[in-house]
Design a protein around this ligand. Structure first.
Ligand code: FAD
Length: 585
């Protein structure tokens, strides 16, 4: 497959759909794809990149927007997972820390950045235990194949903690240990991986739902799908289909007609976003609750506070946070703070669903061979299964280890094929990594040349890396796009246009909730910025006035439904309130 542009604009989608459909038209001489990935979250995007970079022909179908499932609703940490240390799962922690170093220093230095955390100590006796744990955490990171990329942990006494975090209740502490992890805008990571896959030749189509499988005997030879924008049906043929649909894994497998082989359960986690000035601290915090650990994470001019962990069996596409969820987080974080947070401090709330492996695959289903059930029990965190020939399921895991999951899925998919190159994604930087450092060194010059202030250049570098050139060219040709987006001045108008022309955004929700984070970073939740964003998108996508108004109306109804759901006492009521506002497609 020839290298192509990484721009995922409307024309690229139309072209991808035509090329995908051509695989099933007899007499066109178009071969089936090698690999068709279903699901445009972090795992699906990662699998597409892994496969295409081995030289395979690849398609990727996503039923809504890229990262619209769990992969835009995480805590946004690229981390080893301290809780696994307590479970003595050192292999898992080491693997995740290795991925952290790789992403930070090589694959996505423009998107991944170090974050300092305080681990508050309430009793003197905790210090040796926590200190040993964090020393081990650092040691595991240093033992990995890649640079650690972050400073080592450091012990702090109470006075030092008070200087670093004046709003932390230090009267209850004996001190703290400061350590580092990393963070990333999860949705941006997914879009960047999908664009990198497209750059290497993968065909990517969003708003295209897989509705069935094509079979030849027991073998899966492709899928049936619906283009939700036009309503048209298509068939796509492929040697192997990868089901990377997170909490939808069982639903998609059920399209085969039998019982699901994995049993993926959804566990809801919610987060609150509050303005940065509500908590004075140079570091984030991690602290224990009776059930798990909570994080308070610096996020630009905000804090992200999360998360909860409760079973969820309601709507998978729109998990809803209830008043009880919000009260739970506020109640716990307030125990740490000198000035408690209130509901009025909450700018944004979001809920996501962890795809947890509950069942059979976790116990192993046999070693398999071509034509029989094959299971690879890869780790406690994720599992790869081939329930029938031509179909591979990959589920579980976490954002941080997406690359390992993707590699394992494609390894199983091509296990009996000859001549396929091994995975080498550890040497495939994501688009925007190239040139990031150089452009960062040139930030003052870029500012002078473009007329943007240096803070705006820094903002663009942290979101687009070396692709900042694309944005600056756009602004040079349309200087009005240098203006901040009215109602969400942290972002430039150019970013909305670029989201449509290069980042596969097709609706307001895509731009306000995922390409930017305006929907959780403003008290009005994007209902002010929606007008300017709609005008910019309408011009790019050719919406007429009625269509533009309909898009705005859908967005406003979504925000209102979310607000309503967050006033409800129970999950059931919150779910009913949230699903009252349907998606636009
Ligand atoms: C609250 C919370 C906090 C987390 N925090 C972290 C963290 O800080 N760090 C970390 O490393 N991990 C974290 N995780 C875990 C991580 O976010 C998930 O493991 C990961 O995002 C799952 O990605 P996925 O691709 O498997 O699923 P998803 O992102 O849900 O992607 C699946 C996709 O499949 C699509 N799909 C479904 N059915 C179809 C169909 N029929 N046709 C086409 N497409 C379909 C969906 O629309 C969806 O986009 C967190 C998870 C949660 C819930």
């Amino acid at each position: 497959m020839a290298a192509q542009s990484s721009a995922l604009g409307p024309a690229a989608r139309t072209g991808a759909l035509a090329d995908l459909a051509a695989t099933s038209v007899p007499d066109r001489g178009v071969e089936p794809l090698d690999v068709l990935v279903v699901g445009g979250g972090i795992v699906g995007a990662g699998a597409a990149l892994d496969a295409v970079s081995r030289g395979l022909t690849v398609g990727l179908l996503e039923q809504r927007d890229l990262a619209s499932g769990t992969s835009s609703r995480s805590s946004k940490l690229v981390h080893g997972g301290l809780r696994y240390l307590e479970m003595f799962d050192f292999g898992l922690v080491r693997e995740a820390l290795e991925e952290r170093g790789l992403l930070l220093t090589r694959l996505a230095p423009h998107l991944v950045r170090p974050v300092p955390f305080l681990y508050p100590l309430h009793r003197t006796i905790e210090r040796p235990y926590v200190g040993a744990g964090l020393a081990l955490y650092d040691a595991l990171a240093m033992a990995g194949k890649y640079e650690m990329g972050v400073p080592r942990h450091r012990h702090l006494f109470r006075k030092q903690v008070a200087r670093i975090a004046p709003d932390l209740r230090t009267d209850r502490l004996t001190g703290a240990v400061r350590y580092y992890d990393c963070q990333v805008d999860d949705a941006r990571l997914v879009v960047t991986i999908a664009r990198t896959a497209a750059h290497h030749g993968a065909l990517v189509a969003t708003r295209t739902r897989v509705t069935g499988f094509l079979r030849e005997g027991p073998r899966v030879v492709g899928v049936r799908a619906t283009d939700l924008e036009s309503g048209s049906e298509l068939e796509v043929r492929a040697r192997v289909v990868i089901n990377a649909t997170g909490v939808w894994t069982d639903d998609v497998e059920r399209l085969l007609g039998g019982p699901p082989s994995l049993d993926v359960e959804a566990s809801k986690g919610i987060h609150l976003v509050v303005p940065r000035d509500r908590i004075r601290s140079e570091c984030g915090f991690i602290f224990r609750t009776e059930k798990s650990v909570l994080f308070v994470i610096p996020w630009g001019r905000h804090w992200i506070i999360g998360t909860t962990d409760t079973a969820w069996d309601l709507d998978l596409a729109h998990p809803a946070a209830s008043r009880a969820d919000i009260d739970y987080l506020l109640g716990h974080v307030n125990k740490l703070l000198t000035v408690p947070l209130d509901h009025e401090d909450v700018q944004g709330v979001y809920a996501g669903l962890r795809p947890l492996l509950a069942g059979k695959a976790g116990r192993g289903v046999g070693s398999g061979g071509e034509g029989e059930v094959a299971t690879t029990k890869v780790s406690r965190e994720h599992t790869v299964v081939s329930p029938v020939p031509g179909l591979v399921l990959i589920a579980g895991g976490k954002l941080t280890t997406y690359r390992v999951m993707a590699r394992d899925a494609i390894d199983l998919a091509v296990k009996y094929w000859s001549g396929v190159a091994p995975s080498h994604t550890e040497r495939v930087p994501l688009i925007g990594a190239d040139g990031f450092l150089t452009r960062t060194n040139q930030r003052v010059w870029l500012s002078r040349r473009s007329g943007l202030d240096v803070a705006s250049i820094d903002h663009l570098l942290g979101r687009y890396g070396g692709l900042v050139d694309d944005l600056l060219e756009l602004i040079a040709s349309r200087p009005d796009l240098a203006e901040p987006l009215p109602g969400a001045e942290d972002y430039l108008s150019a970013e909305v246009v670029y989201a449509v022309s290069h980042e596969a955004a097709r609706h307001l929700d895509d731009v306000l909730a995922r390409r930017t984070r305006i929907s959780i970073e403003t008290f009005d939740r994007g209902t002010v910025a929606v007008t300017a964003a709609a005008d910019l998108m309408a011009a790019e996508l050719g919406w007429d006035r009625a269509r533009r108004d309909d898009e705005v109306d859908h967005y406003l109804r979504r925000v209102e439904a979310e607000r309503q759901s967050q006033e409800k006492a129970t999950d059931q009521e919150a779910d009913e309130a949230r699903v009252s506002a349907p998606d636009i497609v």
